[in-house]
Design a protein around this ligand. Structure first.
Ligand SMILES: [Zn+2]
Length: 97
């Protein structure tokens, strides 16, 4: 059984190896954890443009990562990298249950 994680964009649960992992670095900047190996709390997003957009709109990532108030907002570079990761890792038929 693969552990299930909740997508920050749509709230759907999916096995973790089907999701993109996001972590905050030491300076509280969000980074895309392409290897799913960085230490610390992770947030998860489906590799789907609508889920990336949903996570952005809902400002879900800082909340899920429990970043303190005053942490830097996710940068455009971060969203761009996340969108690229979503494109390159998109499975043939993403499912949203
Ligand atoms: Zn999703």
């Amino acid at each position: 059984m693969t552990p299930q994680r909740t997508c920050a964009g749509c709230g759907g649960k999916t096995s973790r190896n089907m999701l993109i992992r996001v972590v905050a670095d030491a300076d509280l900047h969000l980074v895309v954890d392409r290897q799913r190996a960085l230490p610390g709390r992770g947030a998860w997003v489906h590799p789907a443009p609508e889920c990336v957009a949903g996570a952005k709109q809902r400002r879900a990532l800082p909340r899920l990562l429990k970043l303190p108030v005053g942490a830097p907002a996710p940068t455009e570079e971060f969203w761009h990298e996340l969108a690229l990761a979503a494109l390159s890792e998109a499975p043939p038929a993403p499912t949203h249950e």
